[in-house]
Design a binder for this molecule. Structure first.
Ligand code: 5SP
Length: 228
């Protein structure tokens, strides 16, 4: 699978979201951080803003729900026009049912794991998902330092994906930058969320291109990609 770069709008100017979305139109997806001030100690945006963003950009929306009661709310983000919806394993009462509902409504279904949540209990669920998101910071804020202790979890998840022969995308989110993206790619990630590394750059589109080049080179020399 080709490397994908998803700028996170958490680092964008929220008063100019439509322009900020257009500033990264070479990106694969626009990563939309939905936070409820309960699951995480921060508050961002909800369904009405997602509906507006869908109209404002041709880039598909990858909505990352950092909210409680995901079973109730996630389907509404599909109805709002998100092309991929990620719920947290820690916030879903019935993750299999929820993933099936997201897919049945026409979006890609994705599940996220906080840093302290292991992948192993979810091995049997992986075929129900289109993407697995491994958080490489504690969710809630942009601009945090990358947790390199997550690299073994990325490697173990890539091994499980290979073992089961799945077409599952493996996303990383948090502290992904020019300094860390190659480690993530070598460990097995293929979808990269970057907030401050893109929106903090003088030219966000150029930052997306540069991250993509780095990730592609690192993937090409990685053992997991060569084994496929
Ligand atoms: O979900 C989150 C934070 O909870 C991320 O999407 C951040 O927004 C990424 O920002 P950087 O770490 O890349 O600045």
């Amino acid at each position: 699978m080709a490397v994908q770069i998803n700028p996170s709008i958490l680092s964008a100017d929220f008063a100019r979201l439509a322009e900020e979305a257009k500033a990264v139109e070479g990106a694969d997806w626009l990563h939309v951080d939905v936070m409820d001030n309960h699951f995480v100690p921060n508050l961002t945006l909800g369904v009405p803003v997602v509906e507006s963003l869908v109209r404002a950009t041709d880039t598909p929306l990858d909505c990352h729900l950092m909210i409680q009661d995901a079973d109730r709310w996630a389907p509404q983000y599909v109805e709002a026009g998100a092309s991929s919806v990620t719920f947290h394993a820690e916030a879903a009462a019935a993750p299999v049912r929820l993933a099936r509902e997201i897919r049945a409504k026409g979006a890609r279904a994705s599940m996220a794991l906080k840093p302290a949540t292991p992948i192993e209990p979810y091995e049997d669920l992986l075929p129900e998902l289109d993407m697995l998101l491994i958080m490489t910071v504690e969710p809630g804020f942009g601009g945090q330092a990358f947790l390199d202790i997550m690299l073994p979890k990325i490697r173990r998840t890539r091994e499980l994906i290979s073992k089961h022969g799945l077409e599952l995308w493996l996303q990383v989110d948090g502290g992904v930058s020019a300094s860390t993206i190659e480690q993530c790619a070598e460990a097995g990630a293929d979808v990269f969320v970057a907030g401050s590394a893109v929106y903090g750059a003088a030219d966000p589109s150029a930052a997306v291109r540069a991250l993509r080049t780095q990730a592609e080179r690192a993937t090409a020399r990685s053992s997991w990609a060569c084994d496929d």
